[in-house]
Design a protein around this ligand. Structure first.
Ligand SMILES: *Cc1c(COP(=O)(O)O)cnc(C)c1O
Length: 468
């Protein structure tokens, strides 16, 4: 019997029944994996041969979809579930289902959003997201932005702007960063060619209510020393929600400082920025309105699928001046009044339609739903701090500025390590740790709409099991 070559089953251009079948099987797989990852164990080991199997090169002729779905399901099952309410490690990602659909639509609408003329309506949609964010931070209406893949690239884009627009000179400019900044900022500096000698790491407060915030007295002293050497402050970075303790620098004070010294004021609000939607968060983030540039991750504080963050720059034209280039083959690219060509604002030309990832969930659920979920994360952090404080064997290290609580065992690092292991061995939670002033601290990062009091109870039980 003559066998039809497998590739004929899935020609590149699918007909309607084939498209339907593909979509149906894909959605069933998504349902299956989401269900297992949200409600099953938070960690599932992946057998080595399963990892190995996924390294296979593509076949010359096509494979049946059922088999591919099986393979994908098996591969996706293993590892740490980031969609689980028990994920309190690093910075959690909510994995909103509406975001999954948004990602599908972003590809399905096949929008080229590097230039306005190709899809004016969808570029306007993306602009609505950027303007909404700028207004949320109290930045002026002329603020310009760009959606990028994450806080790392967004920070880098802001640093490029600060370097080219903020009067940087390698022999006399100095950048001031808290010792607690995210490593992406140091990486960005390096990639932007900022010599290490231009960077000062300013210590953060180690105890008390201001734990983890940049020590502004130390900043002042360092600036005086640099000034005396004839150097000039060029950049001051404020952290609005540090990754390890969720601490927010005194942004008002840093803004005043930057303005006094005519330095560029960048705020890394990758983790903490979306808390501006809540009353408490907005109070914490005061001063962010004065920033020259702000970065916020939508795949953190808006619980969206991975791959979307915003950089906002207060000075119209600054992003374009730092990024635009000429080429003969681009001569037919036109400008539309009132809509940007995003490729002129950042490192990418062709780019995914990231605006959709943010727009659909915001319009579908409404802003209040996000505000409530973020408020709840703040509540849970406070509740966890209060409950852990009751135990004399535990030192809670701060009143959380936002939704991350840091604590350790009073008895020392070995005991802290036992608590850490006990929480992660519960099978219901994942936490991560950090080093604060040479000692281990466990962090509980609340930023998941599925997290509730039940998870705090598991922490308490695990602490008792480890220290009891
Ligand atoms: C997560 C994070 C980043 C990096 O963002 P990615 O989206 O992971 O690239 C930068 N700064 C802070 C404060 C963060 O928490």
């Amino acid at each position: 019997m003559l066998r039809r070559p497998a590739s004929r089953r899935w020609p590149l251009d699918l007909d309607a029944p084939q498209r339907k079948r593909l979509a149906k099987d894909a959605f069933e797989l998504i349902e299956r994996v989401q269900d297992a990852r949200n409600h099953g164990p938070i960690f599932v080991p992946t057998p080595a041969q399963r990892v190995q199997a996924m390294r296979a090169a593509p076949p010359e002729h096509g494979t049946d979809l059922t088999e591919l779905v099986e393979r994908l399901g098996a591969a996706a099952e293993g590892g740490w579930s980031k969609a689980h309410g028990g994920d309190l490690g690093f910075v959690p990602n909510g994995g909103l289902y509406s975001g999954v659909i948004a990602a599908l639509l972003a590809a399905g609408l096949h929008a080229f959003t590097a230039t306005a003329l190709e899809s004016p309506g969808l570029v306007a949609l993306e602009e609505s997201v950027l303007h909404w964010l700028a207004a949320l931070f109290g930045m002026p209406p002329a603020t310009e932005g760009l959606l990028l893949s994450g806080g790392s690239l967004a920070n880098q884009t802001a640093i490029v702007c600060a370097r080219d627009q903020g009067d940087f000179a390698p022999d006399r400019s100095v950048a001031y960063l808290s010792e607690r900044v995210h490593h992406s900022l140091r990486k960005a500096m390096r990639l932007c060619g900022i010599p290490a000698g231009c960077i000062r790491s300013i210590r953060a407060t180690s105890v008390g209510p201001t734990l983890g915030r940049m020590d502004t007295q130390a900043l002042g002293e360092q600036v005086e020393r640099d000034r005396a050497l004839g150097l000039r402050p060029w950049l001051i970075v404020g952290v609005a929600g540090s990754t390890d303790t969720g601490s927010v620098d005194d942004l008002n004070e840093l803004a005043a400082f930057a303005s006094r010294h005519r330095a560029w004021f960048h705020v890394d609000a990758a983790y903490g920025g979306m808390f501006a939607l809540t009353k408490r968060g907005a109070a914490r983030l005061q001063g962010i309105a004065a920033a020259d540039s702000v970065v916020v991750d939508a795949h953190k504080g808006l619980f969206l699928p991975y791959g979307v963050a915003a950089v906002l720059v207060r000075h119209p034209g600054a992003l374009a001046r730092a990024h635009s280039e000429q080429a003969a083959y681009m001569r037919d690219v036109q400008r539309l009044a009132d809509l940007p060509n995003y490729f002129e604002r950042g490192p990418e030309l062709t780019r995914p339609f990231r605006g959709m990832l943010v727009w659909l969930p915001l319009h579908l659920h409404g802003v209040a739903a996000f505000r409530q979920a973020l408020d709840r994360s703040l509540d849970l952090a406070q509740l966890a701090a209060a409950r852990l404080r009751v135990d004399p064997a535990i030192d809670v290290l701060h009143d959380p500025d936002l939704s991350i609580v840091a604590f350790r065992a009073a008895a020392g690092d070995a005991a802290t390590q036992r608590v850490f292991a006990s929480i992660n061995a519960s099978g219901q939670l994942r936490v991560s740790s950090t080093t604060l002033h040479d000692r281990t601290a466990i962090r509980l990062a609340f930023l998941h709409p599925r997290t509730g009091e039940a998870q705090i109870e598991v922490v308490e039980q695990s602490v008792r099991r480890a220290l009891g």
